[in-house]
Design a protein around this ligand. Structure first.
Ligand code: ADQ
Length: 489
């Protein structure tokens, strides 16, 4: 396997995630245009020096015909991507159903959906069956492309059965699984009808990783309390076989953000934003529009702040950028209208003919615009009700070396464990406390801002995405070698 510089990679890495890091748009019967999304995971894996990464996942489109599938496979191969083709029914039951309607809310402490809890176990069961079927389809594609010695890294709650299906087909495959969401307390996981089956499927992996030590601990407790397995300092033991469980906190490609600030396009955006909001302190929220992000709670806290501090009404502005996701799900549509209603009410109440206190955008921003916004912000507000890590808080810190703004951060985001020293930590459910923290941030002395910022900046620039991916892959290699040694002894 040749590197771009002519050297050789020492290992191949197959990254398996529900979605490939590309958007595919069909242009004709056998022609596709591909847009590569440069998310955190992509740049993290590009930075792992000795491995050559290939992606396996769903391209996000339904391609029922063979010529279309063949053409898409060929186009994706150039981007080092391998597609898994899922039909509409599977996507509905597996992705919208079991993944996003059952596991996502459960893992974020929102519980199981009411209708499943009451009578429609039939729909729960068919979604679970589709979930397993989809995981088998992913396993088929992995096995088709696997070569001896490859490392297979499975990602997230969509693919919890994948380690089991892979190991059943090839017990020698090196398989790691990483969860990007929280893993909840075992008492929450206990409510899931398929609680043990799903844990056992994950335990087939050699290495299981979480963002924080707490999530890893919850997972081990679920295995010991629900299934009676043995928890050890290394992980979980079942019949003499150890699955290693550990925390691997993700980071960002901080250099990409820091260097972007020198880009003329970003500089132009910065100048425009400074002029647009001159004389006002800028507060910023950047989230996917999801109930776990606590957007209504954040806006209500801002309202309370304005109510109690009329002096600030025309001197501060909240920019809330919320990119819509899962727009076909009724709960998400309800959330959008709820947010619009609250924003409208507050702007009506505290705005004037020339200014409004909240600018709310329902869309995604491109990278230069996002970096510029981070750079001009005085206070970032991250009020997730639960969040695996939260990369927005990291991105904000990376772009703040000139301004040294304040990060207000939910204690229920995984990032609270890494950026807690520099941020103001809040309970997002406590609107009074969040409102008070806005006042504290606005009045914070320059020395304290500097002290807090430097702590976080050091963390964000040293605990990068590349380091995260490298550590996981090398730990997976070591775990497999140790297991082989143990078996020999
Ligand atoms: P997400 O829930 O998507 O990720 P987050 O970690 O904050 O949450 O990452 C969001 C990414 O999308 C960031 O890179 C951000 O810049 C971008 N983004 C969000 N809103 C945007 C907007 N309006 N315009 C442009 N870009 C926007 C899941 C978990 C997290 C975990 C990550 C990584 O839920 O807890 O941190 O995976 O493991």
């Amino acid at each position: 396997w040749e590197k771009p510089d002519g050297g050789l990679f020492t290992q191949r890495l197959l990254v398996v995630a529900n979605r490939l890091p590309v958007s595919a748009v069909r242009k004709g019967e056998e022609s596709w245009s591909l847009d590569v999304s440069g998310g955190g995971l992509v740049s993290a894996l590009l930075g792992v020096k000795e491995v050559e990464a290939k992606w396996i996942g769903w391209a996000g489109v339904n391609v029922p015909d063979e010529p279309g599938q063949r053409a898409l496979t060929k186009a994706l191969a150039e981007k080092r991507c391998i597609p898994v083709f899922l039909d509409e029914d599977i996507v509905h039951q597996y992705y919208n159903g079991y993944c996003n309607n059952i596991l996502w809310p459960l893992f974020h402490y929102l519980g199981l959906p009411q209708e499943d809890r009451l009578a429609t176990t039939r729909s729960f069961q068919s979604q679970f069956a589709a979930y397993k079927k989809a995981n088998e389809m992913f396993a088929d594609v992995v096995c088709e492309h696997y070569e001896e010695g490859d490392v297979v890294w499975c990602h997230d709650y969509h693919l919890m059965f994948l380690p089991k299906y892979l190991k059943e087909r090839n017990p020698n495959m090196k398989v790691g699984w990483f969860l990007h969401t929280p893993f909840p307390s075992s008492e929450i996981h206990r409510t899931l009808p398929s609680r043990s089956e799903i844990l056992r499927a994950v335990l087939a992996a050699d290495l299981v990783g979480f963002h924080t030590y707490d999530y890893a601990r919850h997972f081990v407790s679920a295995c010991t309390r629900i299934m009676g397995l043995e928890g050890t300092p290394e992980g979980v033991e079942d019949n003499g076989r150890l699955t290693r469980v550990a925390a691997f906190p993700i980071g960002i490609d901080s250099d990409r953000f820091i260097h972007a600030l020198e880009n003329p396009e970003v500089q132009k955006h910065i100048a425009e934003l400074k002029e647009r909001f001159s004389g006002r302190k800028v507060m910023l929220g950047v989230d996917r529009l999801d109930m776990i992000k606590g957007i209504p709670q954040k806006i209500l806290a801002f309202e309370k702040f304005l109510e109690e501090n009329p002096y600030w009404c025309d001197k501060v502005v909240l920019l809330q950028i919320a990119v819509p996701t899962r727009t076909d799900v009724p709960e998400y549509q309800k959330l959008t209208s709820q947010v619009h209603e609250i924003v409208g009410r507050i702007n009506g109440r505290f705005g004037s003919l020339t200014t409004v206190p909240i600018h709310h955008l329902d869309r995604s921003l491109d990278f230069p615009a996002l970096c510029a916004l981070y750079a001009v912000t005085d206070i970032a507000l991250v009020t997730s009700l639960r969040d695996g890590m939260n990369l927005v808080s990291y991105e904000f810190v990376a772009c703040q070396d000139a301004k040294r703004g304040v990060l207000i951060l939910s204690e229920f985001a995984g990032a609270a464990q890494s950026l807690g020293a520099g941020a103001i930590l809040v309970n997002p459910w406590n609107i009074t406390e969040v409102a008070a923290s806005i006042g504290q941030a606005l009045n914070m002395s320059a020395e304290e801002r500097e002290k807090r910022h430097l702590l976080n900046f050091l963390h964000v620039t040293t605990h990068t995405a590349q380091e995260w991916a490298e550590t996981f892959v090398s730990e997976l290699n070591d775990t497999v070698v140790e297991a082989q040694q143990r078996r020999r002894e």
